[in-house]
Design a protein around this ligand. Structure first.
Ligand SMILES: [Fe+2]
Length: 468
């Protein structure tokens, strides 16, 4: 059934509490917030020059009242301009709803931070990769701008579910877990540590493959692309994913989003770094207590067999697993690997999973597909915008899936019950728990100062493992 007004989407929540974003999802502030504190806060890159395929100009920037007296060249030089590029989506084919064609887009969106500091604002969107024959829309373009934002959100949210969420958390942990079970004795210290961080992962992945990612099931129903092209796309991008290149401080530096002066409002980065550091210290204490030195790591045959299998094409095919792929060089390498494994299973999955309930359960805020071709020209109307949104049967399905997946919290980061009581790592474990307690207090204090609280990396709300 097609929607005739926005109220039709609100009525999906007739018997449930609507999320707080329902009243402000149409604002550009909310759109920008999705990129720094939404379901996928991994897509922003700093721009140092205007890309040839996305020829934004000073006129686009200054069309936004907040940037009327700003200058694009200066903003680029000061590191205040960022973009999200969905070129990867052009490898996908359009999906199909039982009653209508669907569309996936490969858009680009540009953002700028105000000179005086404060959150990013979007200022330009191009709905496809080739600028020839395409408009660059700005917030001055009314419903044409809102249609362009739908194109970005459909690409962003399909990328989020298929790659950032499924591919880079669920399907990154599984081969590491499988190789650990196959190569490490149950009482090997690394197996004891990781057991808590793999709890439920096999089960939820099996459920996802059997119940969600099948023809006619939820994922195909929600995303803009078809499963036939999405499966190999997922496999390719998951296999190309660098393990070491995505250690949190490394990836922030690589994307140019590390600077708190240039990009002051980035809750996922700021809270994530606290949690990353706490895990890194805990794992550092752990490996120092379990190994006398680098030579012991190199000589641990079970550990080296685990790494070799995770990195091998026949095993996990996880790129860059180990300083020399497939080998763990020393204590530091081992500590970094374990930090990343725990980070991926717990905090990173929590950030990209639990945001689904608040941000994605209400479809117009975060569609995963378009139902009309990308906009051309200008002067679009509210009807054009409503027609681009998925229909109400999809809205109901999206509510059910996102509400469910974002509601179940099982276990808490750092709780190992009595696994380490009376062992040489007990002191380190107590230090870890104390560190997580102070991070909790710090994030609660930060949230009071933020335009919208960012709850997903509060340690008390982070599970130990990917289990939903
Ligand atoms: Fe999940």
């Amino acid at each position: 059934m097609r929607q005739k007004s926005l109220q039709d989407f609100r009525d999906v929540f007739a018997l449930a509490q609507p999320p707080s974003i329902v009243d402000r999802f149409e604002t550009d502030e909310y759109f920008a917030e999705c990129f720094v504190a939404g379901p996928d806060p991994t897509r922003l890159h700093r721009l140092t020059a205007v890309p040839g395929k996305f020829p934004v100009t000073n006129a686009h920037l200054t069309a936004v009242p907040e940037f009327a007296s700003d200058d694009l060249t200066t903003a680029l030089a000061e590191g205040r301009v960022y973009w999200a590029d969905y070129e990867a989506m052009s490898e996908l084919d359009n999906g199909k709803h039982p009653q209508a064609p669907k569309f996936m887009y490969a858009p680009m969106a540009a953002f700028c931070g105000p000179r005086r500091g404060g959150p990013l604002r979007p200022f330009a969107i191009q709905c496809g990769q080739d600028p020839a024959g395409r408009e660059i829309y700005t917030p001055a373009d009314g419903y044409s701008w809102k249609l362009a934002k739908n194109c970005v959100l459909s690409a962003h949210n399909t990328y989020h579910e298929v790659l950032t969420h499924l591919g880079f958390t669920h399907l990154m942990s599984e081969p590491v877990l499988l190789a650990a079970v196959r190569n490490l004795a149950a009482n090997h210290p690394v197996a004891v540590l990781l057991k808590r961080h793999f709890e439920g992962t096999f089960s939820i992945n099996k459920l996802a493959v059997e119940l969600l990612i099948q023809p006619g099931k939820a994922v195909e129903y929600l995303i803009g692309s078809d499963l036939a092209s999405t499966y190999p796309w997922l496999a390719k991008h998951r296999a190309n994913r660098s393990f070491r290149g995505n250690y949190l401080p490394t990836t922030l530096a690589a994307t140019g989003t590390a600077g708190s002066r240039e990009l002051p409002h980035f809750p996922d980065r700021d809270d994530g770094l606290l949690v990353w550091q706490a895990i890194s210290e805990w794992v550092g204490d752990f490996v120092s207590a379990c190994y006398r030195g680098d030579a012991d790591v190199a000589a641990d045959h079970e550990l080296q067999a685990w790494a070799a299998e995770v990195a091998s094409p026949a095993g996990g095919q996880v790129r860059d697993f180990g300083a020399t792929p497939g080998q763990i060089a020393d204590l530091q390498d081992l500590a970094e690997i374990l930090t990343m494994v725990i980070w991926t299973a717990g905090p990173q999955h929590a950030a990209v999973n639990f945001a689904q309930k608040d941000h994605m359960a209400f479809l117009p805020a975060n569609p995963l597909a378009g139902y009309t071709p990308e906009p051309t020209g200008r002067g679009h109307t509210e009807t054009d915008w409503l027609d681009n949104l998925p229909p109400l049967d999809v809205a109901v399905q999206q509510f059910c899936v996102m509400h469910f997946l974002g509601s179940i919290h099982h276990t808490v980061l750092g709780n190992y019950e009595n696994d380490f009581t009376g062992t040489p790592v007990a002191t380190g474990h107590r230090r870890f728990q104390a560190g997580l307690d102070s991070i909790e207090a710090e994030i609660v204090a930060r949230n009071r100062r933020r335009p919208m609280p960012y709850e997903y990396l509060r340690p008390s709300l982070i599970p130990n493992s990917t289990n939903i």
